[in-house]
Structure formats: structure tokens, C-alpha cells
Write a protein that binds this ligand. Structure first.
Ligand SMILES: CC(C)(COP(=O)(O)OP(=O)(O)OC[C@H]1O[C@@H](n2cnc3c(N)ncnc32)[C@H](O)[C@@H]1OP(=O)(O)O)[C@@H](O)C(=O)NCCC(=O)NCCS
Length: 216
């Protein structure tokens, strides 16, 4: 297949009017492969998960990549502050017993261990919650372009950091190439519930959640 030149790709901020199209894209190209979503049943993301991603649109921190007017990539990001570990622990408790609750159980453990705002002694960070590229367009640097748009927006908003919990080996490699610094690794096999069961079981090659930070 003939691949487009990167200049054919346009990256734009997601407006509230675009939010529905962004979710349709994520349901096709992000959720069916995202390791946390795939690693716990049922396969479909829950409403609370989708609502959480959509709640980030009003911050103006979400971006989509377009090719000939068609969405080929999306990134969802939003601000967090030093209270994020406590906030996520509460959210995980609130959603306990559901798929979204199991995902939050793991993300809460990751946030407590990485604790990036306290670790870097900064008041806030822009956190990347989701990144997806059209299967047909992978390997063309679209993920990197979307992450660069997020970093630029973080600078404009005065956030000293961009942070991402890479649940996939592919996103981890991508941000390492962009100069992100690894601050924490949690292996899926080491994250257990109260009865000693592994909470999330993603398929290979995904083995861990790696938290990366870019200092701006
Ligand atoms: C993470 C993601 C956005 C990266 O896509 P991308 O920006 O196209 O990635 P890159 O440009 O860095 O690709 C580098 C190489 O990895 C390959 N690659 C990227 N994602 C891949 C995937 N999910 N499966 C297999 N190969 C993949 C590319 O084809 C490319 O290979 P090449 O060098 O032989 O051409 C993409 O994998 C994706 O949408 N995954 C599904 C959702 C997900 O898991 N998101 C991350 C959660 S944190």
C-alpha cells in the first residue's frame, strides 16, 4: 500500500463537537488492543471508562490526526496535581467489582508508586490517558506527532511535565524515542488483588506498565 507523506497528515485539537467522532475512532483503533482493556473481561470498555476519556476534551488537551479528512490517530490527555494518588485510590474503591474498577485498581497502584508531581516537586502535570493510531497507518510516526502536540499544549498551559503510563510495549518504545524518562515499572504478573489473583492479564508482548515523564 502507498503510504502518505507525513505532510498529508493534519493534527488538530479535539473540540467538544468532535468528541463523538473521537470516541468512535478509539472504539475501533484503541480499545480493542489497549492492554488493560484487553487484559480483563468483558472485552468492551465500560461507560465510566469512556466517560472519563471524554471528560478530558474540555481542557483542550486532546488531539486527533487527520488524513484526507479521515481520523487516523487520537490522543487523550488531561491535567493532574499532587493529589492524584489519593484521588485514584478513591476512584478505584468507588468502581470496585467492575472492569473499570480493576483497571483503576492497577492505575492507582501505578500512580502511588510513580507519584510524579511530588517526585518532581511540581504543582501539576499533563497526563496522557490514551493514544491510538489507525492500524493501517502505524509505524509512520503519527503517535509521536500526537505526543508532540500534547507537549506543546502542556508548555502553553504552564505544566512543567508530561506524564504517560505506557501499558503497551509499542507506546513505551515510542516515548523513549521522544526523550521521555522512565520513572516506574509495574509488571502485570506482580499486581495482585486481595485474594492473590493477578488483576490484569494482557496478551504478549505486553509485560508491564511503564511510567514515563518529559520535563518541559
Ligand atoms: C501505541 C501506538 C499508538 C503506536 O503506534 P505508532 O505511532 O504507529 O507507532 P510507531 O510509529 O512508534 O511504530 C514503530 C513500529 O512499531 C510497529 N507497531 C506500532 N504499534 C504496533 C502494534 N500495536 N502492533 C504491532 N506493531 C506495531 C509499527 O508498525 C512500526 O514498525 P516498523 O518500524 O516495522 O514500521 C499503536 O500501537 C496503537 O494504536 N496501539 C493500540 C492502542 C494502545 O495500545 N495504545 C497504547 C496504550 S498506552
Amino acid at each position: 500500500m502507498e503510504h502518505p507523506e507525513p505532510s498529508d497528515i493534519e493534527v488538530r485539537q479535539v473540540s467538544p463537537e468532535d468528541a463523538g467522532d473521537m470516541m468512535t475512532f478509539l472504539l475501533t483503533h484503541y480499545y480493542p488492543e489497549e492492554p488493560l482493556t484487553v487484559g480483563t473481561s468483558p472485552p468492551e470498555p465500560e461507560t465510566a471508562d469512556k466517560e472519563f476519556l471524554l471528560s478530558n476534551v474540555p481542557f483542550g488537551t486532546c488531539f486527533m490526526a487527520f488524513l484526507d479528512g479521515r481520523i487516523v490517530g487520537a490522543v487523550v490527555a488531561g491535567p493532574k496535581d499532587i493529589h492524584e494518588p489519593e484521588h485514584l485510590a478513591e476512584e478505584a474503591k468507588k468502581h470496585a467489582g467492575s472492569k473499570w474498577g480493576r483497571i483503576l485498581h492497577l492505575l492507582s497502584a501505578v500512580e502511588s508508586a510513580s507519584d510524579v508531581c511530588r517526585r518532581f516537586n511540581v504543582p501539576s502535570s499533563l497526563h496522557v490517558h490514551a493514544l491510538g493510531v489507525d492500524k493501517e497507518q502505524r509505524g509512520r510516526n503519527l503517535g509521536a506527532r500526537l505526543m508532540t502536540a500534547v507537549a506543546q499544549r502542556a508548555r502553553d498551559l504552564g505544566h512543567p511535565l508530561v506524564c504517560v503510563d505506557c501499558t503497551s510495549v509499542f507506546s513505551a518504545r515510542l516515548v523513549q524515542r521522544l526523550g521521555y524518562q522512565l520513572v516506574n515499572t509495574l509488571r502485570y504478573e506482580d499486581h495482585l488483588d486481595a485474594s492473590g489473583q493477578q488483576v490484569i492479564r494482557p496478551p504478549p508482548p505486553h509485560e508491564s506498565v511503564q511510567t514515563f515523564v518529559l520535563q518541559l
